[in-house]
Design a protein around this ligand. Structure first.
Ligand SMILES: *Cc1c(COP(=O)(O)O)cnc(C)c1O
Length: 352
């Protein structure tokens, strides 16, 4: 009998589990969640609903009611909507269904670090192209990247993470029109931006748009994401989803949130105003700050131990300083006005 540990798959040996530090710090501005919990009206509605769930039974496997309500917000039928446990699971299902060992996924650097990780787990080879110096992408560069790699899937976040920059519509069109694969636009932060690509769906038949309830909707703890996609893509991911993948509690959480959309997202204008206020403060401190249309800001400093100095003052941000193309960069999530003041003050003191 062998008591030796069984090795994981060879291609997972050097994979680091995803995750920012979850530290017990006074001001937590490192994972882009909204600073406020959902309103009391939401918790009350959800509690009232929970009593009516028949939890001895499996949930509606198709999540038809939820998909119908999500679709109604965009004027599309439930056949063009798919929901799962966070938009990361939607991406995992897309990569499983449309990726695989003999296919390629095109990503752009710098980008969301979960994308290559999810691809790796789905056994999908990744090819990468660089964003421009301002972290955007021209139509010409988009076309060149697609023509060089002929990918089966292209995926980019818009607004992008961790930069906050939104690539122009012309680049999205070029990613689509110069290739043959799925074009996935990860719109986790769309509600904080001035525009979104859902308007391009009619024009771009292979476009898939993923969204989440984790950011503007204040439900990161519930794990709910969705996509708007052509019906044949929804049919594709149905082949890889686990049986009854989306539980009844999460479906109820999503339906209740949609009923209270105005209240759930009421904080968004304040977050946008605070983002722009913090950006001004960072620029005034002489820092280089990316143009963000998300609920966070990426900034660069030459002070090497800035992350630790902020942490010592009780402010946790995200450290990207050793990531490729992001040397010296930190990212701060927009918090409450008080948290943002504490961050700016801690930064001022740390830079003296
Ligand atoms: C936060 C984030 C998500 C959200 O993932 P969920 O699984 O829905 O919580 C997706 N994409 C990007 C780029 C993000 O930053």
């Amino acid at each position: 009998m062998s008591a030796d540990p069984v090795p994981v798959r060879d291609d997972l040996l050097e994979v680091e589990p995803y995750g920012a530090p979850q530290l017990d710090v006074a001001v937590q501005l490192n994972t882009n969640e909204p600073p406020y919990p959902p309103p009391a009206a939401y918790t009350e509605l959800l509690c009232a609903r929970l009593g009516g769930l028949r939890l001895n039974r499996y949930p509606d496997r198709r999540a038809w009611g939820l998909r119908g309500e999500l679709g109604a917000r965009f004027g599309v039928p439930p056949e063009e909507v798919w929901a799962a446990n966070g938009s990361n699971e939607v991406l995992a299902q897309l990569f499983q269904a449309y990726g695989g060992a003999d296919r390629t996924l095109l990503l752009f650097r710098p980008g969301y670090s979960a994308h290559p990780l999810i691809a790796k787990v789905a056994g999908t080879p990744v090819v990468e192209a660089d964003l421009d110096a301002g972290f955007s992408l021209s139509a010409g560069a988009a076309r060149a990247a697609v023509q060089a790699h002929d990918p089966d899937i292209v995926c980019i976040a818009r607004p992008n993470a961790p930069t906050g920059v939104s690539i122009p519509f012309e680049a999205v069109r070029a990613l689509h029109d110069s290739g043959r694969g799925l074009v996935i636009i990860d719109e986790a932060y769309a509600e904080f931006a001035v525009d979104d690509v859902t308007a391009l769906r009619g024009e771009l038949p292979r476009l898939v748009v993923t969204r989440t309830f984790s950011k503007a909707w204040r439900l990161a703890g519930a794990r709910l994401g969705y996509m708007l996609a052509p019906p044949w893509v929804v049919d594709g991911v149905r082949r890889v989803r686990l049986p009854y993948h989306l539980d009844a509690l999460t479906q109820a959480a999503g339906l209740a949130a949609l009923e209270l959309e105005k209240e759930m997202t009421a904080h968004v204008p304040e977050v946008i105003a605070e983002r722009d206020r913090i950006r001004g403060a960072l620029l005034a401190l002489g820092l280089e700050v990316a143009e963000s249309s998300g609920n966070f800001l990426l900034f660069r400093s030459t002070a090497t131990d800035l992350f630790d100095r902020l942490l010592a003052k009780g402010v946790l941000v995200r450290d990207f300083s050793s990531a490729p193309r992001l040397e010296g960069a930190l990212r701060v999530t927009v918090g409450t006005p008080e948290e943002n003041d504490r961050f700016v003050n801690a930064l001022e003191e740390s830079l003296i």
